[in-house]
Design a protein around this ligand. Structure first.
Ligand code: NAP
Length: 283
């Protein structure tokens, strides 16, 4: 049995589906059983609890492995608990935030979570996904929605910064492929799309799928950064500033290690968009 946290989230639902399709049984830690029952397949066993509220996780004892899809900043502190309960194998979802040059409280928390995990005497594997996309995601889907309803798209820095979005079903499949391979123990894997592209190209691809023509409104990155920093200083709100800073760096990663160790072969961005559109039409 695989114990999954974060199964009710955007990625977690696909992870549960991929594990079930691989013949595993799943037990999910959920914060709201009624809500989770509406989201997750009926074959999934549910236990109610919160990662931050218990000294030990309920229902963990019979688990062969744990997949923490919930953020590593929260789940990392559970590494010790896993070791105590005899669970030997844990796969954590971290983020490429941990290797970003933009240091924020959030990125520091991700790094701290990874450090806790790496120090523990358990078989751990860390996934660092880049931007995950699929129906309902907070990046590509939103951009698609914007493109459907506007005639222009604001783009920073001439749109030449690199991004490497990965389709959510490929991330989920990677979990199902890595879990049985104990050789992934101690592995930190960047989980990204097959190749990087410029932000501008990503916009073009989405517009093509949406069959829309949009003008690109290029915004000078340095000016936006100064404005975002001033706004942050005046209001104490950092999220917008951090997003601008993050968008000004290249987010391109090698997936060679994941490909070699468990055959990670994500589909292209266009194939992912097409699959996403197909799923949306079916829903
Ligand atoms: N989405 C991306 O583009 C992206 C990029 C890089 C890395 N990641 C990482 O990938 C993982 C999945 O991301 P996502 O966007 O799919 O996440 P999400 O939709 O925000 O879902 C987060 C999940 O974690 C659960 N959770 C959060 N805090 C919890 C707690 N204290 N106790 C128990 N459960 C808790 C949530 O439960 P509730 O349903 O009860 O809220 C939810 O099921 C995360 O670790 C994220 O950091 C995501």
């Amino acid at each position: 049995m695989i114990y999954v946290t974060g199964g009710t989230g955007f990625t977690g639902r696909f992870v549960v589906d991929a594990l079930l399709a691989a013949g595993e049984t799943c037990r999910c830690l959920v914060r709201d059983r009624t809500m989770a029952r509406r989201i997750l397949p009926s074959s999934v066993d549910l236990v109610e609890g919160c990662l931050t509220g218990f000294s030990s996780l309920p229902g963990l004892s019979e688990a062969d492995a744990v997949v923490h899809v919930a953020p590593i900043a929260i789940a990392g502190s559970r590494a010790r608990v896993s070791a105590d309960t005899g669970v030997e194998r844990v796969l954590y979802f971290s983020s490429t935030w941990s290797v970003s040059s933009v240091r924020t409280p959030e990125s520091e928390a991700v790094t701290a979570g990874e450090e806790i995990v790496m120090e523990q005497d358990i078989e751990w594997t860390i996934f660092r996904p880049t931007m995950i996309f699929g129906s309902g995601d907070r990046n590509v889907s939103r951009l698609g929605k914007w493109i459907r309803s506007h005639r222009f798209v604001p783009i920073l820095d001439g749109g030449h910064r690199l991004v490497q979005p990965v389709f959510v079903e490929d991330v989920a499949q990677a979990v199902a492929d890595a879990i049985p391979r104990r050789s992934t123990h101690g592995g930190v894997y960047e989980i990204a799309g097959p190749e990087p592209m410029t932000y501008s190209r990503m916009v073009d691809r989405i517009a093509e799928i949406e069959e829309r023509t949009v003008a690109k409104l290029y915004l000078p990155g340095s000016l936006c950064e100064t404005a975002a920093r001033s706004f942050s200083a005046a209001t104490g709100r950092r999220a917008f500033r951090d997003r601008i800073l993050r968008m000004r760096e290249d987010r391109a990663f090698s997936i060679d290690r994941a490909s070699e160790d468990f055959g990670f072969a994500p589909r292209s961005f266009v194939e992912g968009l097409t699959a996403m559109r197909r799923l949306e039409l079916q829903a």
